[in-house]
Write a protein that binds this ligand. Structure first.
Ligand code: GLU
Length: 426
């Protein structure tokens, strides 16, 4: 979280126009693309909650089922002050494209509550979560819609979702949610999966360009779950993490930041990377945190919030490759600037798909009442990323499309094909 989100309708307008362009490219028959763009169902719910001091407050939440043609809705629950209807619809649409591009038998959904989780106690967060789940209860289920963690939520929140849903059904239903704790049927490897996928995306795009990750200078925006795992795993491949930023500012080290020490410090409760005493603090404060992109680097990984990289940040950026760890981190303006400069952008719906891929594997384990070992899960996430990249790379090369355009076309095509096969009711 390094900048406020752009006006929410900007991200919605941008995914809608990407889908429309893909529809035109595919020459879909009239009206089909508008059906694919429109969310299937948008639930807006009021969440009254009693705070620990006895006062009563009200939050607004949403759950959007965007596309459920290829399988149950799938997508995270976000707790953040900027959550809105339009933002949730745009993130749900991105999930529809993501699961379609990855060839997972799932649809696209997203949910969220407009609140700042840092301002609530654990017990307050639990009450918000339980009330939110009870408001959307009838639309959730392993075959209907399956939430997961997203910005501001975690395995504990998923445990409350699972419990609240299970109480309503009358027995334990682990498959209603993914990203839950291991003890409740969660999957080994889920925690690291999104970051693992981001690093795999970087490896694959380097390989496709005749190079490797070894010795590459990487800058990472965001040191939450995605950024932290991306940093750890990229360092394991011999890359140098030369800059990291979070809400507190930016740290840098030309030799490479000691990621293990930084992870240790944050696990000890250091609030921001700038307070860890590691590397050199080159900027302080949320407004300066995008300065990380100005550091000399080969690869940039925006792993914070949507809209964090606008034209100004794109102008600063020195990297040749951008791997979108967050959902929608580049504004359309930034995308245009970077494309113009020949920067290779690996889009979010592929680059951060390791998370939902592992969620799918978690569901498979739940349905089969099995627990796979971590190596097996990680290998399966990586294999799915590789197969999808092969399709993406070949399609983009054959058709002279950017990876972003190619990913949108492949995603929309999978959705349109499924729609045609099922036909229109009635
Ligand atoms: N919130 C993650 C995403 O945006 C994961 C979704 C999921 O696992 O369902 O892809």
């Amino acid at each position: 979280m390094t900048r406020p989100e752009p006006p929410a309708d900007q991200s919605l307008a941008s995914i809608e126009s990407r889908m429309r362009d893909a529809g035109e490219w595919l020459q879909l028959e009239d009206g089909v693309i508008e059906n694919l763009i429109a969310p299937r169902r948008v639930l807006e719910v009021s969440i009254p909650v009693r705070l620990d001091d006895g006062t009563r407050v009200r939050f607004t939440g949403w759950r959007v089922l965007h596309n459920i043609t290829r399988g149950p809705g799938k997508g995270g629950i976000r707790y953040h002050p900027s959550v809105s209807r339009d933002e949730t619809v745009s993130l749900a649409a991105a999930m529809s494209l993501k699961t379609a591009l990855m060839n997972l038998p799932l649809g696209g959904a997203k949910g969220g509550v407009a609140l700042d989780p840092k301002l609530l106690s654990m017990r307050e967060l639990e009450r918000v979560t339980r009330r939110y789940v009870s408001e959307i209860f009838g639309f959730l289920g392993p075959d209907k819609d399956v939430p997961a963690p997203d910005v501001g939520t975690n395995a504990q929140v998923m445990a409350w979702v699972m419990d609240q849903y299970s109480i309503g059904i009358g027995h334990a239903v682990p498959g209603v949610v993914t990203g839950k704790p291991l003890a409740l049927g969660g999957s080994l490897g889920r925690d690291s999966a999104t970051g693992r996928g981001v690093v795999e995306a970087a490896l694959l795009v380097c390989q496709a360009n005749g190079t490797s990750l070894e010795g590459k200078r990487i800058v990472i925006q965001g040191f939450g779950n995605v950024g932290m795992w991306a940093a750890r795993l990229a360092a394991g491949w011999g890359a140098r993490i030369v800059g990291i930023s979070d809400v507190g500012g930016v740290i840098a080290s030309e030799k490479g930041i000691d990621i293990d020490a930084l992870v240790h410090a944050t696990q000890r409760g250091v609030g921001s990377v700038v307070d860890a005493g590691i590397g050199e603090v080159i900027a302080r404060g949320i407004e300066r945190s995008t300065d990380v992109f100005g550091l000399p680097s080969d690869i940039a990984m925006p792993c914070a919030l949507g809209g964090a990289v606008d034209v100004r940040e794109a102008g600063l950026m020195t990297a040749k490759y951008v791997i979108e760890g967050a959902n929608g981190p580049l504004t359309p303006g930034a995308d245009a600037v970077l494309n113009e400069r020949g920067v290779i952008i690996v889009p979010d719906i592929f680059a951060n798909a390791g998370g939902v891929t592992c969620s799918y594997l978690e569901q498979c384990q739940n349905f089969a009442h099995l627990q796979w070992d971590e190596d097996e899960v990680n290998a399966s996430v990586v294999a799915t990323m590789r197969a999808a990249f092969k399709r993406l790379h070949e399609f983009s090369t054959e058709n002279h499309l950017t990876y972003r355009a190619a990913a949108s076309v492949l995603g929309v095509k999978a959705l349109a094909d499924a729609h045609h096969l099922r036909g229109l009711h009635p």
